[in-house]
Each structure stands twice: as structure tokens, then as C-alpha cells.
Design a protein around this ligand. Sequence first.
Ligand code: ADP
Ligand code: MG
Length: 684
Amino acid sequence: MADLNTEVRYLKGIGEKKAQALNKLGVFSLRDLVSFFPRRYEDRSVCKPIALTVGGESVCVEAMVADTPRLTRVRRGLDLVKLRAVDDSGSLDITFFNQPYAKDNLHRGETYVFYGRIEVNGVRRGMVNPVYERSEGPRTVTGRILPVYRIAAGLNQRSMLSAVRQGLDACLDELPDVLPHDVRERCKLAQTAYAYENIHFPADYTALELARRRLIFEELFVLACALGRMRGERTREHGIQMRSGNMDRFWTALPFSPTGAQRRAVEEALANMDSGMVMNRLVQGDVGSGKTLVAAALIWHCAENGHCSAFMAPTEILAEQHCRTLTDLLGPLGLRVGRLTGSMSAKEKREVKAALKAGQLDLIIGTHALFSQDVEYERLALVVTDEQHRFGVGQRSALIGKGQRPHVLVMSATPIPRTLALIIYGDLDVSVIDELPPGRQKVDTFSVDESYRERLNGFIRKLVSEGRQVFVVCPMVEENEDLPMPLKNAQEHAAELARVFPDLRVGCIHGRMKAREKDAVMASMLAGETDILVATTVIEVGVDVPNAALMIVENAERFGLSQLHQLRGRVGRGRHKSWCILVSDNDGEENRARLSIMTKTNDGFRIAEEDLRLRGPGDFFGSRQHGLPEMHVADLGADVNVLQRAQQEATLLLAADPGLILPEHADLRESVEHMLNSGADSFN
Ligand code: ADP
Ligand code: MG
């Protein structure tokens, strides 16, 4: 007997090759298979009279073959079968390309259901390569709402349908119900078996909606339980207690006075650290709001208490940059600062690790290398991670495993509308830095199209001649994408700019380069040895080049607003007047409206709110900058209401059973753990 864990290759019709193709889609067991939901559906449930069909629509018609199908060989490799089908209302010309067997399958005088796209030619209607089956007898591909799956090479829709059907038949009754009975009742949700059956093979649209609602709720409920449980476990944990001290020596040593928002964030964090409970705090602040200073204050506080801190950055470039700033800030106060990154020599790494283990450092700054197994910490009390959207929920929990329950401070520059922050950061307390340091100048932003190219080049020339540097960002070109228009590719665009400006130093940096190469390019930009740096979004996070005064974003329509805002934050970081120019040839109203928001405000929170209003939260969630595990059915953006309901129910449930240890929550606990683990793999 097959069960949920049976491998798909044991299904009828699924041989070695098809099984491998399914594996590529992440489908290994029957459980995976029945959880592999359709991408979309085709409505083949009702037949339309031919006369009522319109050009371009995909429909079913029920019609009789009116003449004997004719096979013609147009040339080698091109066979045509033509026939005419009629119903009471009209007639349809049907053509099959390279399906000679259609001639023998379809018989004059018999009635079939054809499904295909209607093409209109003058007064005649036609269909090319329709799907068909006898209108009497068992119907499998017409007469219903048919699921359409994402497939991989080696698979087709028919084999997917058959595999899923078999999977459902074998184990529909074994699927665990992760929703507690009373939650399901209260929220009026369908049962598991019904939901799985109807998400694949909906009886009708009402059934499909019920199935979807149930599965979306389930997924979001599991997510909310996962986040809630992480938060619950940590806030109840005892942490390293700090003696509250006087911060004055730190504040007075600074080259500037902190903003009110910075002070507030520091105070909130200190209250956590001095409480005896463990801190899990997110500091959210727009680019340039001075989050590093908040971290520095806490690091200093730990050092005063005789403890060491670790500061993790997502890239080597950023680790180095933070190392410089924090050494400048904290060195004069007597703190010993070290660095640990993947590209250091074995000897350097050995030395730093030895110093760490011996307790000779107050602060270590690095990349993921900080959390590799052989790094031992002496008195580690604080872990700071920068730009948190680069790290997943799972990674967040892995990193906390080091040391004895260190306090955790996460810094994020992704402004998130407040309505969503609670859900996304369900496991963290949040401080918001909503004030920029004084004297910050606004980055003037313009949105232009291709016709401005020459003027734009003139502007680059002018700024570079004044000694400034320029960033040009091109969209990431993903493979397997049907792109409607040519997109600027970083390398090609750099070559183009080198032709236009033969006397200028043009560099290029993109994600496929080795870390070492990227560092070299960035170092050259920082040293002022590159005039124009063409980049993909690898430069989006935190890099600080104070001399850069112009940010050009090519194909700006390809970027989310929050991302554009991040990119713009790369300039205007020094004392020079700075500009951001968004180039887009997309005249769509929506695109123009989006880009014009960028030209009107520099406030990241407002931009996020506008983005939310214009496009729904899908853009934010879609870009997967949130570090949450991937959702299968739920659209974190579109399903916000369900998300809130699921969150409420999860909170109730966790209040009653925080560890999900009650036997009736065993299936739920398993799903929660599964989600947390999958969250960890999808980010690296
Ligand atoms: P982000 O929040 O983007 O990480 P940073 O911490 O890098 O911002 O700070 C941006 C710049 O602002 C740095 O050059 C920093 O020295 C400066 N800065 C931070 N706080 C203040 C302040 N209170 N007054 C003046 N300048 C500040
Ligand atoms: Mg920063």
C-alpha cells in the first residue's frame, strides 16, 4: 500500500525519467505530489455554442464532425489534418499540425468536445490543435475545471494529472489535519481531504474557493505559529544580565550628537539587556538613519560589562566597511576590534579565532564565517546582524545557537508598512528610527526615458569632471525569462559606457563574480579609482561611497519601489549634492505613477506605504526581501486579511500551548518545524 512517504517513481506511468523531472520540481514523495498545487486552471466545464464564441478565447465546444478529416502533407515535416465541425449554431474549421493520427481518431458524424483557442478569420471561426474527446463516455480533459501545473522538461500536463490523481486516490485519507478542530470551526474552513481534492480537481468554482481558503489559512497559520513560537521561546529565556551603567562617556566621545530616535532605540535595547531576559530586537530605520551607531552603543555597553559582541554583515564589502567605522568609533574608547571573513588567509583566521577564544577581543566583525563551527567565543553576549532581509528566519535561529543565549539585535533598512511589520517580525521586538541625522541633503530624483540618453551622458561627464563618481544599476537578467524588451545587462552596458567615455574609468560588478573580484572592484570605487561603476543590485545593501553623487537606474520599471529607494540611498552619503535618475521606457500608467512617487519623496516609510497602496503588499513580499519561507498557496501580499486572522488564532493557540506539546497539536508542531527548516535552506 502506498502512503504519504511513498516515492513518486512507484506511481503507474512515472518511470525513472519522469520521476527525476518531478524531483527537480521538489516533488519526491506522494505527500510532496499532492502538495504541489496547480499554477492555474482552465475552465473546460461548460460548452459554448460555436456562434457565441469570440476570437482569442479558450473554450469548449461540443460539435459533430461534418466531413471526413483530410490529411495533407504540405512538405517534409509538416502534416496538416483539416476538418469541419458543426453544432446547432454554427461551424468551426479545425486544423491539426503534425498530428496525422487525428485523421483516424475523429470520425465523420460523431460528436466530440473540442477545447482550444478560437481564431476568427472573416466570418469563419477556427481552432488549431484543440484537445478533444468523445462527448459520450468518460471525459478526463474536458467537462471540468482542469488544473494546470508547473512542469519541468520530461513531463507534460497529462502525466502530471494522472500522477496527482493516483497520489490523491492513494493517500487523501491519510493527510494530517494540522488545524485544531475548533479553529477550523470558528473560521469556517473546509476539511483537509476536501481541500486537497478540490485544489487539484475542483468540482466547481465554489469548491475551488473553499479549498484555496482552507489551504491558504493553513499555511499562514503554520507560519504565524512558527514565528510566534520563536518569539515566545526567546522572550521567556533568561539572558546574560548587564549591569546598567552610565552611557555618557560613550555619547560624549561621538563626533556628533545622536538623534532622538537613535537615543530611544538604544534605551529600548538597553532595557532588554539589563532585564535578565534575552533581547531579540529589530532596529528598523531608513538608509542613512544611523543604525550603526545604535549597534555601537550596545557593543560598548557589553564591553563595559566585560562581554564580547559579534557583528555579522551579509557581504565581505560591508563587513570591511563596518569594521572601519566601528574601529573609528570604538577604538578610541579602548575597545579591541577584530575581523573574520571568508577571504582572509588561513593564518589570519587562526590568529583571530585564537584571540576570540582567549577573550582578547571586545568585538568581532565578519560574514557568515563568524558562525562556522570552529569559531569559539569567550563571553559572547550580543549578536548584531545588519540588513536583516538578507538572512532568513532559519538563519536567524541558527546564529543564536552560538554562545550562551546572546542578545540579538537585527538591523534592517527595508521600511515595512507598520501594518505588516508585526506579522513579518512576529518573533522580534521592534524599534523604529524615524528621524534622519540633521543636515542630510535630499537626493533629487528624476524619471526619464530613453530620449534623454544624450543629456544623461552629458550629466555623467560633467559630474565626473568635477571629481564625483557615478553608479549605474542594471536589472538582474534572469535566465528562462521571456523578456518583452531588451534589458540592460550590466556587462554590456559597462562596455557601452566605456565606448562613450573612452577616457573615463568604467568598472563593472555583478553577482556572478567571485567575492574576491567583487571586493577588488568595490575597493577601487571606494579609493576613487573608478569613475563609473556599472552594477547589478549587489550594491543595493549598505555600501558607503561618500564621493558618489549620481545613481542611474536602468530599466527602473523592473525594480520595486523599496528597492529603488535602497539604491538611491547609495548616493547622498557625503557632503556633495546628489542625484538619482530612473531610466524607463515603459510608458504604462502604473509605472509612471510608481516612479513619480520616487521623485516626490525621500521618505522610505512613505514609499513603502505608497507601494502598498498602489500594488498591494505583493511587491514587497514578492521580492522575497522579508526572509520568510516561501509560501505555496498563500500570497503573502494578497491574503493579508487571512494572514491577520491566522495570526490571531495562532496567538490564542500559543497562549494555551506555547510549546505545541499537546498530543492534538502534534501534526501542527511537525508542520511548524518543517516550515522553519525549509526557511533555513532557501536562504544562503
Ligand atoms: P544606516 O542606518 O543606513 O546604516 P549609517 O549608520 O551608515 O546609516 O549612518 C549613515 C551616516 O550618518 C554615517 O556616515 C554616520 O556616521 C552618520 N551619522 C549617524 N548618526 C549621526 C548623527 N546623529 N549625526 C550626524 N551624523 C550621523
Ligand atoms: Mg547600514
